[in-house]
Structures are given as C-alpha cells and as structure tokens.
Unconditional design. Sequence first.
Length: 301
Amino acid sequence: MAPYVKAQKTRAYFKRFQVKFKRRREGKTDYRARTRLINQDKNKYNTPKYRLVARFTNKDVTAQIVHASIRGDIVLAAAYAHELPRYGLEVGLTNYAAAYCVGLLLARRVLKQLEMDTEYEGNVEATGEDYSVEPGETRRPFRCLLDVGLIKTTTGNRVFGVLKGALDGGLDIPHSDKRFAGFSKDSKQLDPEVHRKYIYGGHVAAYMRTLIEDEPEKYQSHFSEYIKRNIDPDNIEGLYKKVHAAIRADPEAKKSEKEPAKEHKRYNLKKLTYEERKARLVERLKALNSAAGDDYDEDDD
C-alpha cells in the first residue's frame, strides 16, 4: 500500500496560477528594475524617459538610447563595437577600452542627430577623472538613465566603460564614480590614473608585456591579430587616441555596402507556353508519322 503524500499543488493552485511574462521566464528582463526605469511622472505627460542600454555578447558590444512606449521600446540611436574598424580599431572589440569607444560613439551620434553636438562637446581628452556635463545657455543636456539589464555591477565592469564613454561624449547620466575601474574601497576614492589606463587599453598592454617576458609562444597565438597589424604594447595608447578623434570627427552611422546576390545557375527545365507546347506536339506527331511511313515502305520492299 502506497504511503499518503499530501498534494502540494492542488486544483485551486492551478486554477489561480498566472504565467509570468515571457522575457521573465527566459531570464532576459529584470522587470523590477525595468518598472523603475520607465516610470514617468504624470505631470510630464507624454515626455519620453530615455535609457542608455548597454549589452555585451562574445564578439560585440551594443549601446542604445531607448524609450518605452505602449507599442514597445523605441530606439532613438544605437552604436556597436563592430563599427569600430571604420574608425581604426580592428582588434579587441569587447574589452573595457572598446566599451568606452562605443559609449563615446553613441553619445556623439545622438547629439549630432539632435543638433546639440556643437554646444555639448563633452570631455575631449579622457583623463580618467569623473566628468559631468554642465547645462548650456540654450538647450539643456540630453539626459538618460543607465540600463545594465542582468549584468553584475561589479567595480570595473565593462558596462561602466560604456557609461564613461557616454559621459565624456556629452550626455547627462546620473551616476557615481564608485564602480569605475580604479575606485578603492579602502580610501573611498577613484584613482584617475588607473581609470585612464583602462580607457586607453593599458591593462591589455601590461598583459602583452607579461606574456612577452614569461610565455612568448602564448603571446604569439593569443595576440596574433595584434601582431598582424603591428600593434605592440607601446603604441596601443596612441591607437585609442586616434580612434577617439575619428569618432568625434564623424560619428554618423554608415550603411554597410553589401555585395549583390550571386546568381546561381538553374538546372530545372524552362516552363513552355501553351503555343510552344502545341507547336512541339505538332513536330512530334510529324516525326512519328514520317517514321511510320518509312517503316511501311520497307515492308513493301
């Protein structure tokens, strides 16, 4: 006889069960954070509340200026790490320095789109120090909130590289310097030199020097793309300075030129029209009749 087991999920439980949102079930959206990011004061009516959305994949960095609507999120502007080769950065597209470049590109792009790029130039030369844009004489700076999604906001996380790039680009984003690379928990202060090193790829250069001394073979394989492009630890900082200048010079998005689709040879038979089918039938009948006539002549002989 089977032991008695109390039913934990009864009929009443299933009658009242409410399925969670799809993106919550998939583990993609933190709705507790999203609700607080998109809530807008009612006395502001239909004024959009913009968010700086930063996301990372294995090979790319995505940064977008987004606002919520009843139809869904609407993207005002976007920037991607795969655009950086156009500005001279062809390798290391997902590190802290590249994240800074993507944030800078997005800031300059959205300000140019709104015709505010000349009034708000931002922090032209990155020093690693905290920077907040000051209101201009005519229009106020473009304000948005940082949306990190499900990223763990640890000190020095790359998402704060995107934030720093956007701040230096001239956007007004409420923030603290406690999570930037170089912030010390003991002294409770940000070390600008450490932060500057990360912005200009100094941490990558330091690792390259370590591998050159200790593991030359690993350096050859690990940094093979850098070696192909003659990038060494000494010229990385200069490379990033050129990239920052190129982004400021032309931040507008360019459509990628795609090659025309290749025409493949078709081996299926061409479909004949009604007239062509009738003419072909007549020819076949003539051929059959002539062949039958030849056979009849041979039999007579």
